[in-house]
Design a protein around this ligand. Structure first.
Ligand code: UD1
Length: 338
């Protein structure tokens, strides 16, 4: 079976590609390399020992996308490509609406033209906004609060409408909680350009003394230690969730939605403690005021994925911090080399 992975050189997409290749799927990567590097393609080959076809194509370029489908008999698409920074989306909403929405609509049109109707889409727990109750189930109310989150919300609605329009479509929407960590080989991982906004890449930079301290956003939440709690999920577990979705998709009708999380939350201070333990480094931190738009606690009810996809996350916070730190040390200088 031939699987097209959009954003396949990116953080999540590259781990998905590795997992697919290890399960003997044929993989075609499509990426515009705006927020990813070409070395990832070589390292995917090193990890898996398998060849991967890759195209430097922007999904906004419908003609180029069409050519990829003409050259390859694609069976399923896993759509990971998209802009993903909340802060940037607040400052540049049109960039997010333009890129994330149009690229996905182009992709679906081209898929339809080529009679490809199976799609697995990277959505996000960001669609829930501030939870009314916990854990978050797939039926919890949706209230995306920022332009990035709204693109995911809108795309979910567009894809659901599409799946209802023609029984040939089978669409799986995967709502990621907080993907962290890296491949245990240390050969692929998250490589944010500029200053990262997410907790784990910042902690790794502080541990590596590239940054002086971590600012902990809020110490007065209604949580046991006062800091925010999130459902961190190892990116390799997340990748496996896609493969399970792919293996189940034929049995589904129209669309299916799944949370991909561990079902367990960790506070910022717990993450710091775990990172210190695995790295042997001290993470200097300072508690400052809350970050606008943040919630106290978010974690998944991941039982639907366990039930219907036969998937559960197996890696714990130790693995997540260990592999994030391993990747941090292994990836030094990557920006300069590639
Ligand atoms: C963010 C995005 C979310 C995205 C997810 C991907 C927001 C509002 N949401 O989620 O859409 O899907 O990343 O991983 O940005 N923290 C600090 N100091 C820091 C950075 C973070 O204390 O320098 C805290 C945050 O307040 C939060 C926790 O660490 O409690 C996790 O933050 P982060 O990694 O940015 O993820 P989210 O905000 O949950």
């Amino acid at each position: 079976m031939k699987v097209l992975v959009t954003g396949g050189a990116g953080y999540v997409g590259s781990h998905v590609a590795v997992d697919l290749l290890e399960k003997n799927f044929e993989v075609i990567i499509l990426d515009n390399f705006v927020n990813s590097s070409r070395f990832v393609l070589d390292n995917i080959k090193v990890i898996t020992g398998k060849n991967v076809i890759a195209y430097n194509v922007d999904l906004l370029d419908k003609g180029a996308l069409n050519e990829v489908f003409e050259k390859n008999k694609i069976d399923v698409v896993i759509h990971c490509a998209g802009h993903k920074s909340v802060g940037e989306s607040v400052n540049y909403p049109l960039k997010y609406y333009d890129n994330n929405l149009i690229s996905t609509i182009n992709l679906c049109n081209v898929m339809n033209d080529h009679h490809v109707h199976k799609l697995i889409f990277s959505s996000s727990a960001v669609v829930y906004g501030i939870p009314e109750s916990l854990p978050l189930t797939e039926n919890s109310p949706l209230n995306a609060l920022n332009p990035y989150g709204k693109t995911k919300y809108m795309l979910e609605k567009i894809l659901i409408d599409l799946s209802l329009s023609n029984p040939l479509w089978k669409i799986v929407l995967l709502r990621y909680f907080n993907p962290v960590g890296a491949h245990p080989s240390g050969l692929i991982g998250e490589n944010p350009t500029g200053i990262p906004d997410n907790l784990l890449p910042i902690i790794a930079k502080v541990a590596d003394e590239e940054m002086d301290e971590l600012l902990v956003f809020g110490g007065d939440y209604d949580t046991p230690d006062g800091t925010g709690i999130r459902d961190y999920i190892h990116v390799s577990d997340l990748a496996k969730g896609h493969v399970h979705a792919l293996e189940s998709i034929d049995a589904f009708q129209k669309f299916k939605i799944f949370n991909l999380g561990t079902g367990r939350g960790y506070s910022v201070l717990e993450v710091i403690n775990n990172f210190e333990a695995v790295s042997g480094k001290t993470i200097p931190y300072r508690i400052v005021s809350r970050r606008p738009g943040d919630m106290a606690v978010s974690y998944a009810d991941a039982t639907k994925a366990a039930r219907e996809l036969n998937w559960v996350a197996t890696k714990d916070i130790y693995d997540m911090c260990h592999d994030a730190w391993n990747w941090k040390q292994n990836s030094k200088g990557i920006d300069k080399v590639f």
